[in-house]
Design a protein around this ligand. Structure first.
Ligand SMILES: [Zn+2]
Ligand SMILES: [Zn+2]
Length: 389
């Protein structure tokens, strides 16, 4: 008699053509943050057809959904999907694969529900990862309150079990000075653009004293109306990233001090603008990672070491700060392919992407099965999570 894990593997293989078609459809209709109406509908419809009970628009977010299979009293394991695209370059982050790997894992579990231990499986559709913090809204809306552990995967150019993510806080500065004719009466003006330029210069000096894994990067968003007017208002935006929350907030305070110094030096008024919710660093959970590793190896995937110098940020970090959560990287593109590039966009519907999606779906489904079969592992993940606080 086949084991449940064998049956899960067969179920993904059987569903692979449908999942690939769905992945391609999402890829070919890229939708930006909070506008993923088509993708959310297709995924929710698919899961409903597999026997999930589907709630749409959860937490007041129109393009979020929650699909549940309940097999009795036991742990709740969530599998997360993302499906937002990037401006101009479509699915260059491969979120179509995240979406269908998650839906595929859910479908495979639904296919073996009669053999599943008691518990609850939730496939949660989380919009707006590339900007807008969909998961932050779902956290605030209570979607994760009754979830014990969560997992998702992300497409990459190799398999990495745990890749650190940087926390990110975004801050805007608006300087207000005084307009004057730039040639006739420049001494009557207070130059808001000078304050912006001084802020950049201050940050450049700060950078020398910043740890190498941190990132500070900014743009000028408003620099004046015409060269013959001393700029009355000028604005800029900075992103501040660091692998630890305390260091991220420390740097955030120091960047604000750079702007305050510039305001003082130029005589401008400064307004500090908090831009969207911070994304937090990814908190590691070895209990979940060890289960994922064993199941991943069974699908033939070969793990690479984590990267120390190519780090982004994601709102899965925020989830990992409230419950045990993991986001392994799954190979869907040839080694060396950078993400957020046109080549990665093309790779996200390649044969390699199909293979990675199927391996990821199997691995997540089998890992979910392990957690339901031995709720002691869920407790262990929680104990590890608490100990790391
Ligand atoms: Zn991305
Ligand atoms: Zn992404």
């Amino acid at each position: 008699m086949s084991t449940v894990k064998d049956l899960i593997g067969h179920a993904v293989d059987r569903l692979a053509d449908d999942l690939e078609a769905l992945s391609r459809k999402i890829h070919d209709h890229p939708e930006l943050a909070y506008q993923e109406v088509k993708a959310a509908t297709w995924l929710a419809d698919y899961l409903a057809a597999q026997g999930f009970e589907v709630e749409r628009g959860v937490a007041g977010v129109e393009t979020a959904f929650r699909a549940t299979v309940d097999t009795g009293r036991g742990p709740t394991v969530a599998i997360l999907c993302e499906y937002d695209a990037l401006p101009a370059i479509g699915h260059a982050c491969g979120h179509n694969v995240i979406a269908t790997a998650g839906a595929g894992a859910g479908a495979a579990l639904a296919a073996v529900r009669d053999r599943l231990p008691p518990g609850r499986i939730q496939v949660i559709g989380t919009p707006a990862e590339e900007g807008g913090g969909g998961k932050v809204k779902l956290i605030q809306g209570g979607v994760f309150e009754r979830v014990d552990v969560a997992m998702m995967i992300h497409g990459f150019d190799r398999w990495i079990l745990h890749q650190d993510l940087l926390g990110i806080v975004r801050v805007g500065f608006e300087f207000t000075g005084k307009a004057a004719h730039a040639s006739a009466d420049p001494w009557e003006g207070v130059n808001a653009l000078d304050a912006v330029i001084q802020t950049f210069n201050n940050v450049s000096m700060l950078r020398q004293q910043v740890r190498p894994e941190a990132r500070i990067h900014g743009i000028v968003t408003q620099g004046g109306a015409a060269p013959n007017i001393i700029p009355e208002v000028a604005t800029c935006t900075f992103y501040v990233r660091a692998p630890r929350l305390d260091y991220m907030w420390d740097l955030h305070a120091r960047v604000i001090a750079c702007a305050e110094g510039a305001a003082r030096a130029t005589g401008c008024a400064l307004k500090i603008i908090d831009l969207e919710a911070p994304y937090e660093p990814l908190k590691r959970n070895d209990t979940l990672l060890d289960l994922f590793r064993a199941n991943m190896a069974a699908t033939g995937a070969v793990e690479s070491p984590p990267l120390a110098d190519r780090m982004g940020s994601s709102d899965i970090g925020n989830v990992s700060q409230i419950i045990p959560a993991i986001q392994p990287m799954v190979q869907i593109a040839p080694h060396g392919t950078p993400i957020h590039s046109r080549v990665f966009e093309a790779a996200a519907v390649s044969a390699l992407a199909r293979q990675g999606m199927c391996q990821a779906a199997k691995t997540m489904a089998m890992t979910t099965y392990d957690l339901l079969a031995d709720p002691g592992l869920v407790t262990k993940a929680r104990v590890e999570f608490e100990a790391a606080k």
